[in-house]
Design a protein around this ligand. Structure first.
Ligand code: HEC
Ligand code: HEC
Length: 383
């Protein structure tokens, strides 16, 4: 992330001291710093606040911030405070340029298009560098399940779908913040794009074994501390360059601030009319969206026992349940901190919120006026 001079405008608002500074624009694994109670991070339209509600601690020996496996990565490598505990493409590119591609972020296992490619060549990491995507390799067919569809690989631009017994898809990191607020299902929150993690504990074990290439699961005490941290860290847009403090959005202001506040308020109404059918509090289960067709991602043809044929770049939930009805369904993500973590969608296909809104006009077959689009974007920037 680059600082854009926004901090000058916010000099009077910065109530908490952030440990984020020019010398380290991102948090490295094993970095020993104070993670403060509250910290603010500039983004292009304002500031994000990270609330570490149980109070500040040193990160040096904390299992979320410490490398747990063999490739030098920690959870924080891909879940950065300045990016609302997700990871923006700006941050990824900055790290490639600064470290000459040596940051553990780019580890062959899932930080490259395929581990078999020459790792020093940036083209081998194009999905991560261009769209913030990590490779997610899932067993196919799933263990102990007889799927009601077959998968054929129509296009394999990364060369990682040539083998048997596994399907590779490419996905953005989801936020590891605000987790207690995610709508709980019968077995806890629905986690990951395909809902495959039973709970946060299972998710953390899997992340250590896969992303961090640990030889064994983290010990009980490390797991407890990771879950404690995840249970109390919150990320939300806090202030907007135009609109001021977002906690005061409904209060009267003057000039520029008032016109931004009016716009965001109208945008919320547009959202309620056009978007809330899928995005309603209490319904963040998986949903199907008309799939994109990006030339650098694999393309699969799914043939269901019913005869139905679906072409998709990520079979989503279907890879876990083996059910045709779930093919292409992705768990609805939370909407916080959008200004700090472009690009958007699990396949990173929308570089900006303007692109995201344009993609919905096409997908949903709706037309929004330029003002409605601006209002909608302004609303999304306040979350
Ligand atoms: C190499 C990058 C990387 C590392 C390291 C990493 N993650 Fe993730 N994380 C991801 C990706 C990618 C996803 C989304 C995967 C998907 O949807 O299939 C994700 C998803 C998650 C989610 C799900 C959030 C939601 O709303 O669904 C949580 C929680 C999480 N990670 C926590 C952790 C923890 C804890 C660690 C360390 C033990 C960790 N991650 C290490 C990349 C990473
Ligand atoms: C048909 C259901 C549906 C409708 C209608 C819908 N969405 Fe979505 N939305 C989804 C799904 C499914 C995802 C997750 C897809 C993915 O990540 O690939 C999503 C993801 C998002 C995200 C998250 C981006 C991210 O990367 O964190 C935003 C923001 C969003 N939608 C905004 C909107 C807006 C604005 C509208 C109205 C114009 C809208 N949605 C209408 C289903 C829908």
């Amino acid at each position: 992330m680059r600082r854009l001079g926004v901090s000058l405008l916010f000099a009077s608002l910065a109530v908490a001291q952030s440990s984020y500074n020019e010398s380290h624009r991102w948090w490295n694994s094993n970095q020993d710093e104070i993670l403060p109670w509250d910290s603010e991070y500039d983004n292009p339209t304002g500031q994000l606040r990270i609330s570490n509600r149980n109070g500040s601690f040193r990160t040096g020996n904390h299992p979320f911030f410490k490398a747990l496996g063999s490739n030098g990565r920690a959870c924080v490598t891909c879940h950065q405070p300045s990016n609302a505990m997700s990871l923006s493409v700006a941050n990824i590119r900055d790290r490639w340029e600064t470290t000459g591609g040596k940051d553990p972020l780019f580890a062959a296992i899932d930080g490259s298009n395929c581990p078999s490619l020459p790792q020093s060549d940036p083209r081998s990491h194009s999905l991560l560098l261009n769209r913030g995507l990590f490779r997610v390799a899932l067993p196919w067919p799933p263990a102990n399940i007889q799927p009601d569809f077959r998968i054929q690989v129509l296009r394999d631009p990364t060369g990682c779908n040539a083998g048997k017994g596994e399907i590779s898809v490419y996905r953005r990191p989801r936020m590891s913040a605000n987790l207690p607020d995610l709508v709980p299902g019968p077995a806890g929150a629905v986690l990951m794009a395909d809902g495959r993690a039973a709970d946060l504990r299972a998710q953390a074990i899997d992340a250590a074994l896969v992303h961090e290439q640990a030889h064994s699961a983290p010990d009980a005490e490390s797991l407890r501390r990771i879950l404690d941290f995840e249970g109390q860290v919150y990320a939300t847009q806090y202030a907007d360059v135009r609109g001021g403090l977002l906690s005061q959005l409904s209060e009267p202001a003057t000039g520029v601030q008032q016109s931004f506040r009016n716009s965001a308020t109208r945008g919320k109404l547009v959202f309620g009319e056009r978007c809330a059918s899928c995005h309603q509090p209490g319904t963040n289960r998986w949903r199907r969206l008309e799939s994109s067709n990006l030339p650098d991602l694999p393309l699969f043809r799914v043939t269901c026992d019913s005869g139905k044929v679906i072409e998709t770049q990520d079979p989503g939930r279907g890879l876990i349940t083996g059910r045709c009805a779930d093919v292409g369904a992705i768990v609805i993500p939370q909407f916080h901190g959008l200004a700090s973590r472009p690009p958007y969608f699990s396949n990173g296909s929308a570089a900006t919120l303007t692109d995201l809104i344009a993609s919905y006009e096409k997908r949903l077959g709706i037309t929004l006026t330029p003002t409605q689009k601006e209002d909608l974007a302004n609303y999304l920037l306040t979350l």
